[in-house]
Ligand binder design. Structure first.
Ligand SMILES: [Cu+2]
Length: 485
């Protein structure tokens, strides 16, 4: 590539040198030869007229030719409620600036031809003319005023925030180098608090887990939204300036670190409806170069892009956007899992290990009861966590106690059921075996306190895991099939 550029540069420099030589020669020849100069002027004036025609025809023809690829034309009418307001504003602006564009170009090149230097012709010098000044100041000022007022009006309408009582869904988009974290509020419809001081690799948004609103929030890899639903997007950035851009919905807003912005819009066309629209145009009835088995309209997807040049991976911030029916959305929504419960629960940063939540209690009860009733001897019971408050203590975590209480209740109700409690630990923990035995007893005590008969519980002496650093783990295993019913 570099060699190629060097060669090109050398060739260009050579051409320039030759041209300078020619011009100098020519200049010497025509010095004093006015007629020659007029000749050149005339032919250049003619070129200007040719350029004018080619240029204007080219502008109009390319616009017509590419019409169906442009936003606002052909199949690309807006897919959101407010989109037509912006498109109308763009069209009005294009109408006025288009007229000025055509007239000024015609005058510019026509005058170049019409008033080219001629023998005996003298230029008319106008040093100052009040009338002219007023005309070309006042007309643009009046037109600009109308455009600006119209623009402000459109801005106020498009940027209106949600008001109380509005039926809307709020999501959050956080731009980072290079991607988006798309956070949905979960079934409570509320987005939880966050604080940049809480950001860790485990908690990329800095969600405050003490805030219960965070517990059902989930992060999505693509933007899926129900058609006809008013959406409010909270837009933020984690590092540099990004821009939340949904071209097909005419949504565009800066994502600024430290200063949340928002955009409210209502998608009006599902992805399928938009594809059906594209299908009507020959431009989209050609095979997709990326997937030749399919037509372009079939592979179309709305997109979320960052429209702020934000670094070398900027291009990779593109995300697919899917607009679906409410029913399809509900199905998708049900498949998403809470970030807290899948990644944080019972980990070190979980502030709620002292308890089980109501939903967890219900679910745990169902799971344990099913496991106990399954008559499958030798199976481990689904106890999520048995852990102690500190490294060497005997006080169980509140959540562990809650789980053991449920187990105790079920065992008490089924005196025929029998379970074995065993523990595995790593080589490194051998020194603490006494400790582990005492802890096993602490676990058993909770069951006894809750009315479980000692005959229902078999305690197995400490066993060792093979891995050196394996953590200590307590497991309840069902004993004796058939005993349980
Ligand atoms: Cu970006």
């Amino acid at each position: 590539m570099t060699i190629f550029l060097v060669i090109i540069s050398i060739v260009l420099i050579a051409v320039i040198v030759v041209q300078i030589g020619k011009v100098t020669e020519l200049a010497a020849k025509i010095r004093g030869e006015e007629e020659m100069q007029y000749e050149v002027n005339r032919s250049q004036g003619g070129y200007m007229i040719i350029f004018l025609v080619v240029f204007l025809v080219g502008c109009v023809a390319s616009a017509i030719y590419l019409k169906n690829y442009m936003l606002g034309y052909g199949p690309h009418t807006p897919a959101s409620e407010h989109g037509s307001i912006l498109d109308k504003m763009f069209n009005v602006t294009l109408f006025f600036t288009g007229i000025v564009f055509v007239i000024t170009h015609i005058l510019l090149f026509y005058f170049g031809w019409k008033y080219s230097a001629k023998k005996g012709r003298k230029a008319l010098f106008i040093p100052h003319d009040n009338k002219l000044e007023i005309i070309w100041t006042a007309i643009p000022a009046v037109v600009m005023t109308f455009l600006v007022v119209g623009g402000l009006d459109a801005w106020n309408e498009v940027m209106a925030d949600v008001t109380e009582g509005d039926d809307y869904m709020e999501i959050e988009a956080t731009g980072f180098q290079f991607g988006w974290n798309l956070r949905y509020p979960g079934s409570d419809g509320l987005i939880g608090e966050k604080n940049y001081k809480l950001i860790t690799s485990e908690n990329p948004l800095g969600q405050n887990w003490k805030d219960l609103k965070n517990h059902d929030d989930f992060l999505a890899t693509e933007l899926v939204l129900p058609v006809g639903q008013k959406i409010r997007v909270r837009i933020t950035a984690q590092d540099v300036l990004h821009n939340f851009y949904l071209p097909h919905f005419r949504v565009k807003m800066d994502a600024v670190p430290g200063m949340p912005t928002y955009f409210v819009f209502t998608p009006t066309k599902t992805t399928e409806e938009y594809r059906a629209e594209l299908k009507k145009f020959p431009e989209y009835n050609v095979p997709d170069p990326a997937d030749p088995a399919k037509m372009l309209w079939e592979t179309f997807d709305y997109e979320l892009a960052c429209s702020e040049l934000c670094g070398r991976g900027h291009y990779s911030m593109k995300r697919p956007v899917k607009i679906v029916s409410q029913e399809e959305y509900d199905i998708w929504f049900a498949t998403q899992s809470s970030y807290y419960f899948s990644n944080i629960r019972f980990k070190e940063s979980d502030p709620w290990t002292d308890r089980l939540f109501d939903a967890e209690l219900t679910k745990k009860k169902e799971l344990l009861s099913a496991a106990l009733g399954a008559e499958s001897a030798g199976k481990d019971l689904p106890l999520e966590v048995i852990a102690f408050n500190d490294a060497k203590g005997y006080t169980l975590l509140g959540a562990s106690k809650a789980e053991l209480n449920i187990l105790a209740g079920l065992l008490k109700a089924k005196p025929s059921a029998k379970v074995k409690l065993s523990v595995t630990t790593g080589e490194d923990n051998i020194a603490q075996i006494g400790d582990i035995d005492a802890r096993t007893k602490a676990i058993a005590d909770i069951l006894y306190e809750n009315g479980v008969s000692p005959s229902q519980l078999v305690l197995v002496p400490t066993t060792m895991a093979t891995e050196d650093n394996a953590t200590t783990k307590w497991v309840f295993t069902l004993l004796g099939a058939g005993l349980l019913l």
